[in-house]
Design a protein around this ligand. Structure first.
Ligand code: B12
Ligand SMILES: *[C@@H]1O[C@H](CO)[C@@H](O)[C@H](O)[C@H]1NC(C)=O
Ligand SMILES: *[C@@H]1O[C@H](CO)[C@@H](O)[C@H](O)[C@H]1NC(C)=O
Ligand SMILES: *[C@@H]1O[C@H](CO)[C@@H](O)[C@H](O)[C@H]1NC(C)=O
Ligand SMILES: *[C@@H]1O[C@H](CO)[C@@H](O)[C@H](O)[C@H]1NC(C)=O
Ligand SMILES: *[C@@H]1O[C@H](CO)[C@@H](O)[C@H](O)[C@H]1NC(C)=O
Ligand SMILES: *[C@@H]1O[C@H](CO)[C@@H](O)[C@H](O)[C@H]1NC(C)=O
Length: 436
């Protein structure tokens, strides 16, 4: 057993000592990133709980934007949480409220009151039931991780079994969880570890946490600082900063990983919201222990108005674009070549292809916190229940950004391939029953 090396004595010996390691970002960088998040808040868009959470974690000065975001989040919670939100979204709402020192059990807005923790418990129960029966959750293990974390931090029940299932998934050889998912699972498991008295559950969590953290450290060493890709770094750093006791026998030199983050110019507000907390040594685990300041900076009310996109330069580039489906119904594959202004995002390519030949290249998007997500091409729609989606690739390699962010090069060949995301297998009821 791996856990033998981590006897209680070792843990106790380490508890008092080492200071939090992690990134020590300059105040200037932090302010710049805070500013970008604040500027992204628009009255006509959905309020993003991840942004409120990040602003609170870095203790950004309260101002109108902040206050407005909190109010809109309460309004969305009372009107939509029960019916229209996935478990993971409710979890993010709970985390954002906790970080604002608001009680998620009594959310009041628009003359209504809701117990958001209870809603989260119900939705988590549904995820867990699916996971136990089918080996896959209703949504994703990433969301189940957020659920367990939020329930644990809110001091509610239901997170132990979810964390145990996450640990099993982490340790299953055929689950292949992404860095992002393992990172959030690690945060949830760390919270659970600190709040449970069940010895065998602790043992399981310790083993899974040992696996995740050492896996991240191996990857950092192998890849010169990178853990996953630049957009998973924020969550990976949050996990490594708050799980030190689980890789206690190993030294984490965070310099390389932090430099990796410093060298990237994060523009997407959602990406900033995940990467900012670890830059000041915080993680989502701190969401419930913040000292909320009551003082508001005397800023005037901002306009919160939508901004216009910047115009590209006048040179055109040529992009080849292929759409392929071999998965469902009649297979098809079509290729076209379009001209777009240099510096255009991929969405512009899809639009140009659609204008040229709408019968073939028609498509639909849905607005998300990461930008526009392509949900249908050529009349073939992604389906949550069947776990299908349109994947974007270049030269056979999946893109690390979406169509609203990625900027193709001249002559590049972009593919959209209708495919499925993994059915995480390998879960069994064995060893789980005791926490149900
Ligand atoms: C699960 C997941 C998916 C699932 C979502 C399935 C589902 N039904 O939940 C699937 C497999 C479909 C997916 C697809 C893609 N994803 Co994804 N995804 C994630 C992950 C791991 C968790 C998201 C989540 O559940 N959040 C919690 C829920 C509660 O919040 P939510 O707002 O409801 O989440 C929604 C959005 O996140 C959206 N979504 C998921 N991925 C992406 C990517 C883009 C570009 C957009 C616009 C929306 C989007 O789907 C979620 C469910 O509706 C994140 C990791 C992270 N760090 O956040 C990566 C992540 C968001 N995805 C990423 C990428 C790159 C993609 C793809 C572009 C990959 C590709 N090469 O095709 C595609 C999208 C293509 C398209 N059609 O437009 C990147 C985005 C980076 C960036 N700069 O934009 C991330 C950060 C992973 C990473 N580290 O690289 N993804
Ligand atoms: C973090 O950086 C600041 C200045 O940039 C420095 O004063 C401080 O000592 C550093 N802290 C740690 C823990 O490295
Ligand atoms: C909010 O306060 C920050 C300082 O924390 C400031 O930089 C920002 O411009 C303010 N935003 C608005 C909209 O007033
Ligand atoms: C973590 O567990 C997976 C699945 O069993 C395994 O493939 C991997 O090697 C383990 N990693 C570490 C660092 O222990
Ligand atoms: C940490 O890594 C950096 C960059 O790789 C290196 O310069 C530094 O000496 C290392 N620090 C320690 C304490 O090993
Ligand atoms: C909040 O304040 C208390 C008492 O002043 C302090 O002990 C604690 O560390 C603070 N927490 C944070 C996250 O700053
Ligand atoms: C496209 O998706 C199909 C169905 O999932 C898969 O078999 C194929 O390998 C994918 N092609 C690429 C280039 O990823």
């Amino acid at each position: 057993m791996l856990s033998v090396a981590f006897g209680i004595g070792v843990l106790l010996a380490l508890a008092g000592g080492t200071a939090a390691k992690g990134c020590n970002a300059s105040q200037q960088l932090v302010s710049e990133l805070v500013q970008r998040m604040e500027d992204s808040v628009k009255v006509n868009e959905m309020p993003n709980p991840s942004i409120l959470l990040a602003l609170n974690l870095v203790e950004a000065t309260w101002n109108y934007t902040h206050k407005w975001l909190l109010q809109r989040i309460k309004e969305e919670a009372v009107t939509r949480a029960q019916k229209d939100m996935t478990s993971g979204k409710v979890a993010l709402y709970v985390l954002s409220l906790l970080s604002s020192c608001k009680d998620p059990r009594h959310v009041q807005a628009l003359g209504k009151t809701i117990n958001l923790v209870q809603v989260l418990q119900q939705k988590t129960d549904e995820e867990v039931a699916r996971l136990v029966v089918d080996g896959i959750p209703k949504t994703t293990l990433y969301s189940v991780s957020l659920d367990a974390l939020a329930l644990c931090l809110a001091g509610a029940g239901g997170y132990q079994v979810a964390s145990a299932l996450l640990a099993k998934q982490v340790l299953s050889p055929d689950s292949h969880l992404s860095v992002d998912t393992r990172a959030v699972a690690a945060l949830a498991m760390t919270c659970t570890y600190g709040h449970t008295d069940l010895q065998d559950l602790q043992e399981l969590l310790r083993e899974a946490l040992h696996n995740v953290t050492n896996g991240f450290l191996d990857e950092q060493e192998k890849s010169g600082g990178m853990i996953g890709n630049i957009y998973s770094m924020g969550l990976a750093l949050q996990a490594l900063e708050s799980t030190q006791e689980f890789y206690a026998l190993r030294e984490w030199n965070s310099t390389q990983a932090c430099n990796m983050v410093y060298s990237h110019d994060y523009r997407l507000p959602m990406a900033i919201a995940q990467v900012l907390p670890p830059l000041v040594g915080r993680s989502y685990l701190d969401a419930a222990d913040l000292n909320c300041t009551t003082g508001m900076s005397p800023n005037p009310e901002p306009s919160l108005s939508p901004k216009l996109g910047t115009a590209g330069d006048h040179r055109n580039i040529e992009v080849h674009y292929t759409i392929t489906n071999t998965l469902q119904g009649t297979p098809f594959s079509y290729t076209t070549t379009v001209q777009v202004p240099a510096g255009s995002v991929l969405l512009r390519v899809l639009q140009a292809a659609q204008e040229k030949d709408p019968d073939i290249f028609r498509f639909q998007t849905k607005q998300t916190f990461w930008g526009p997500m392509v949900i249908s091409i050529h009349g073939l729609a992604a389906d949550l229940d069947q776990r299908t989606y349109w994947e974007f690739l270049s030269g056979g390699v999946p893109l690390q950004e979406g169509v609203g962010t990625y900027k193709p090069r001249d002559g590049e060949h972009i593919q959209a391939n209708f495919t499925t995301y993994p059915n995480y297998g390998g879960t069994t009821m064995e060893g789980i029953k005791s926490y149900l």
